[in-house]
Design a binder for this molecule. Sequence first.
Ligand code: ADP
Length: 256
Amino acid sequence: MTSSAPLVHTVNVHKSFHGNGVLKGVDLDVRSGEVVCLLGPSGSGKTTFLRCINQLETIQGGRIWIDGELAGYEDRNGKLYRLTDKKIAAQRREIGMVFQRFNLFPHKTALENVIEGPVQVKRLSKAKARERGLELLNRVGLGDRCDHYPAQLSGGQQQRVAIARALAMDPKLMLFDEPTSALDPELVGEVLSVMRELADAGMTMIVVTHEMGFARDVADQVVFMDGGIVVEKGTPTEVFNNPQHERTKSFLSRLR
Ligand code: ADP
């Protein structure tokens, strides 16, 4: 693929659990530097799709390319063969993921949480990792909280540590799975503003969210999923102001 190829390119992705089709042919292109917001009702397959992109799930049909590389598989004469776990782990290192629940190590400080990956996985020296970790904690507005344990931090602060932790691995792509939905309403803004800054800095991001204001302001592309398919996609103006499909219209009207 040439450098103008999308950073994420998915074609006809299928995934089912125990025979239940959850993704029924999802196509998506995300260009480098683009922010894509995935919207849709609960159960429409958004989380599963993110997990497939990050290879936390194995797809049963279709193809996913990340930066021109077939994710999790190699293609020999049109047949897919699964890569070794080692190769899959190497591919996953390029992708940062932030979950609804922050999943920080409770017995480690904010800084220790952030440097864990770079030291253990990337084999960075502790000194280098600390330097970079501090830089990242500053970036998410927590430079003065690096020695705090998760229990001493608010949910919004913990989520910002989780974002710094993901960034510490220098990902090409960041996936956010409803990063603010477990937070008290007054803490949502601080996490969204870190995400906005990340978007402004050119990070490629796919964000599952119910925060329509964020999607409207920050997304380059809004993708509406329902029933395991992409029903509609376009710019925020196209999708929010002029939705084409009944399902999109009805979903958006329920939010207003
Ligand atoms: P969304 O993120 O849009 O709410 P999900 O991807 O979480 O949707 O879920 C889509 C469907 O897949 C749901 O019906 C859910 O119950 C099912 N599902 C997701 N993960 C699993 C799993 N590990 N095992 C069985 N069913 C699952």
